[in-house]
Write a protein that binds this ligand. Structure first.
Ligand code: GDP
Ligand code: MG
Length: 171
């Protein structure tokens, strides 16, 4: 039997956007309110995606590492989730620079990527419109998901990770 494919995924975004909550939601279908924000962890997870068992290694970055550490994580990964918080415009503004750094580190390859606008349950304090997320994703030629780690109706969180795996496998 062919060995099941393995993909390395790294999750990036400003501290507090909900990276850890999203990863935990994806892995356990649960929401954990408080997570040590300085913690960086890797997880292994298997999923059946389009009738193929895919093994993922997921790196949940802390979001406050220096540039060398960031570049190291970028070199390690095959695919990337860039997360911002729809209630934090500053976190949205950090997306494009992260993407540029990725391109720089990974060149000449183009980088499998998904963009996630998290905390969609907090629509009443939203600072970043859905169309803005869509537009940025279109500019970066990647898939876009708005989702909520704490109220994940419809499984958008898993869909984002699965789509990223597909994107990595297509390269
Ligand atoms: P990280 O620093 O990016 O890993 O962010 P965390 O996962 O530690 O989350 C930061 C804070 O945002 C925590 O207080 C979480 O409970 C909260 N949080 C994360 N995701 C969501 C979400 O989808 N909705 C809401 N309302 N809060 C969230
Ligand atoms: Mg975290």
């Amino acid at each position: 039997m062919a060995k099941s494919p393995e993909v390395k995924l790294a999750v990036f975004g400003r501290a507090g956007v909900g990276k850890s909550a999203l990863v935990v939601r994806f892995l356990t279908r649960r929401f954990i309110w408080e997570y040590d924000p300085t913690l960086e962890s890797t997880y292994r997870h298997q999923a059946n995606i389009d009738d193929e068992v895919v093994t993922m290694e997921i790196l949940d970055t802390a979001g406050q590492e220096d540039i060398q550490q960031k570049e190291g994580h970028m070199r390690w990964g095959d695919g990337f989730v860039i997360v911002y918080d729809i209630t934090d415009r500053g976190s949205f503004e950090e997306v494009a620079p992260l993407r540029s750094l990725l391109e720089e580190v990974k060149k000449p390859k183009n980088v499998p990527l998904v963009l996630v606008g998290n905390k969609s349950d907090l629509d009443h304090v939203r600072q970043v419109g859905t169309e803005e997320g869509e537009r940025l994703a279109a500019e970066m030629a990647c898939a876009f998901y708005e989702c909520s780690a704490c109220a994940d109706e419809g499984g958008a969180v898993a869909e984002a990770f699965h789509e990223l795996c597909r994107e990595v496998r297509r390269r």
